[in-house]
Design a protein around this ligand. Structure first.
Ligand SMILES: O=C(O)c1ccccc1N[C@@H]1O[C@H](COP(=O)(O)O)[C@@H](O)[C@H]1O
Length: 208
């Protein structure tokens, strides 16, 4: 059942485009705070980019926890997504400050789901993304079959190269802990600029 899956759209970079994405009724909006990313919000982002009613997710890669807390306060983030080698203690510190924490794990065929166990108490969601050198936003899929090996208790977001044609395959996953999908480069006209028609169609289909 995918009707109740949370839909996160990541890499918001342009205010007007963010407003259009929000109007589609998505659950979470993601903002990249990682300089090397093509979707980095920039050092002085437009304030309007963040003036949203939807819960906002700050996305970080190996950032200092206190820097994250400061930015979360400034930009009113409810969620933090961690895409680097952040340890369970760092995740727990942020969670204890009232933030909801999504911890990303880099998936390949050799991934050991036992790695996630130490994080169970310290995060709210896992996010399973394709393993690449870029840390995220690669547009590449991993082998979704390996999700059958995940038997943990923490709900997860599916991520990594999800595109407009993936609805049927996502519906077939049927994993009890699948809580949401993270949509990013597969729905873009250029980095950070989401294609509203493609998103609209995907969301309508997945919510049937
Ligand atoms: O989008 C980015 O550029 C990015 C950079 C660094 C860390 C995370 C990033 N985005 C996250 O990457 C995944 C997968 O994105 P894609 O579908 O493969 O483009 C997604 O969770 C984004 O939130």
């Amino acid at each position: 059942m995918t009707k109740n899956l949370k839909i996160k759209v990541c890499g918001m970079k342009f205010t007007q485009n963010r407003e259009q994405v929000e109007a589609l009724g998505v659950d979470l909006l993601g903002y990249i705070f990682y300089g090397p990313s093509k979707r980095f919000v920039g050092d002085t982002p437009d304030a309007g980019l963040f003036q949203s009613d939807r819960p906002k997710v700050g996305v970080f890669v190996n950032e200092n926890a206190f820097e994250i807390l400061g930015l979360a306060k400034n930009f009113d983030f409810e969620y933090i997504q961690l895409h680097g080698k952040e340890n369970p203690k760092t995740c727990g510190l942020l969670k204890n400050q009232g933030l909801q924490v999504l911890k990303a794990f880099p998936m390949d065929d050799d991934f050991k789901f036992a790695t996630t166990a130490a994080y169970e108490e310290n995060v709210d969601y896992f996010l399973f993304d394709t393993k690449t050198k870029e840390h995220g936003g690669s547009g590449k899929k991993f082998n979704w079959q390996i999700l059958e090996n995940y038997t943990g208790n923490t709900p997860f977001f599916l991520s990594g190269g999800i595109g407009p044609d993936d609805v049927a395959e996502i519906k077939e996953l049927n994993h009890p802990m699948l809580a949401g999908v993270d949509l990013n480069s597969g729905f873009e006209d250029e980095p950070g600029l989401k294609n509203i028609e493609k998103l609209k169609h995907f969301i309508e289909e997945i919510r049937i």
